[in-house]
Design a protein around this ligand. Structure first.
Ligand code: PLP
Length: 400
């Protein structure tokens, strides 16, 4: 492969993060503690929610949010409606939570779940709709929330790729009962590996705190064990030690102090990261219009503010080249890209048992077979973007 001139992702590890990491290491308190609590508090404030619960990964954020439904009436195996097009983690999370994914095709122009196709998939066993705001483009929340209300379903948003994303003036992740974010390294705020769930509902937050720690009865917002405070008043209040009462299905999914320190450092530079990434994204969306006979990407509509996660680039019908030949050409020229995600129900083997057939999800399959995405991150400048545009132009000239 050629030397990388245009990278897919980056990470900003600030001086503050390094200082906090060293402090945590020196304190020997490196598993979940005060930095995780502070990170949760700041993340909740940023989202305007009452609570945020930090976990190990974005996949766990999805899975724990779904598993929380058991405390509020869901039964093992109940159905969750998800888009057919997403990073495979969305569908895997439904399986991990012990629930059944029911897939709905997406719209080609938004890449998101097609609300007009949801109703036909609702059954007696449906418990929730889990829209994904793919590539930071908000899903159609008005239609989704109306359907959820009509059929008494919960909405859990997979906002893994949608930090700082707005739909009709409201931040996505806050429409449903819970919103689940990934904090993986390629994402806008990162803890290297990590995830976080936001909610306004303290009962759900409490269940999430229990779920991330093996289903323990011990689920305070912050723990006094291993601090200088006095003993835990709740520990033996029920007779048994609540740290060893496991009151529900559980995961082992805590965030540690070192990860939270990286996240706290990121928060300091968050506005700069967002501004730079949005500038890059909007420039590429505008400039890609020149190639509209060959490629399409997403559009920012008036009612929304796209979260600058990455730029999808999808080949138009009937072009005389393939997605793979374009991706290979970019790679040979030092431009790192990722293929678009597969159609979970028809291209990922773990969902075969649900009986879908290739062709059931035409828009999803089209995007999956014909799309790539490239970074818009904060370490890319105008020269990088122009290089991508120039190479795309020469690829088209050579291949059409
Ligand atoms: C839409 C979506 N959901 C879930 C995840 C899972 O996040 P993680 O990689 O942090 O487990 C990702 C990861 O990028 C994602 O893109």
């Amino acid at each position: 492969m050629a030397e990388i001139k245009y990278s897919f992702g980056t990470i900003s590890i600030t001086e503050k993060a390094k200082k906090l990491i060293n402090e945590a290491l020196d304190s020997t308190r490196v598993s979940s503690g005060k930095y995780v609590r502070l990170f949760e508090q700041l993340f909740a404030e940023m989202n305007g929610t009452k609570e945020a619960v930090a976990v190990s990964t974005g996949t766990d954020a999805d899975a724990l949010a779904l598993a929380a439904l058991y405390d509020f009436g869901a039964e093992w195996g109940d159905e969750i409606i998800v888009p057919a097009l997403s990073f495979v983690a969305t569908g895997n999370a439904v399986l991990i939570a012990g629930l059944t994914p029911v897939f709905v095709d997406v719209e080609r122009n938004t890449l998101n779940i097609d609300p007009s196709k949801i109703e036909e998939k609702i059954t007696e066993k449906t418990r929730a709709i889990m829209p994904v705001h793919l590539m930071g483009k908000p899903a159609k929340m008005d239609e989704i929330m109306a359907l959820a209300k009509q059929y008494n379903l919960e909405v859990i948003e997979d906002a893994a790729e949608a930090h700082n994303t707005y739909y009709k003036g409201k931040q996505v992740g806050t429409f449903g009962i819970m919103g689940a974010y990934s904090l993986y390294v390629a994402h806008i705020i990162t803890t290297i590996e990590g995830g976080i769930i936001v909610t306004d509902n303290p009962d759900y937050a409490e269940v999430l705190r229990s779920l991330r720690s093996h289903g323990r009865a011990c689920k305070c917002t912050s723990c006094v064990v291993n601090t200088n405070e006095s003993e835990c008043k709740k520990r033996f209040a029920q007779g048994e030690d609540i740290r060893f009462i496991f009151e529900r299905y559980g995961f082992s999914s805590k965030m540690n102090e070192l990860e939270a320190a990286v996240g706290l450092g990121n928060m300091e530079v968050y506005q700069n990261i967002i501004e730079k990434r949005r500038e890059n994204l909007l420039y590429l969306i505008k400039e890609f219009k020149t190639f509209k006979n060959y490629f399409f990407t997403m559009e920012e509509e008036e009612h929304e503010k796209i979260g600058p996660h990455a730029l999808p680039i999808i080949c138009q019908d009937n072009v005389s080249f393939t997605r793979n030949s374009y991706a290979l050409f970019l790679e040979q020229n030092g431009i790192d890209s990722r293929n678009m995600f597969q159609s979970m129900p028809t291209q990922c083997p773990q969902f075969k048992r649900f009986g879908y057939h290739y062709g059931d999800f035409p828009s999803t399959e089209y995007i999956a077979n014909n799309g790539i995405h490239v970074g818009v991150h904060q370490d890319l400048n105008r020269e990088h973007l122009d290089y991508l545009l120039e190479k795309t132009d020469s690829f088209i000239k050579k291949n059409s």
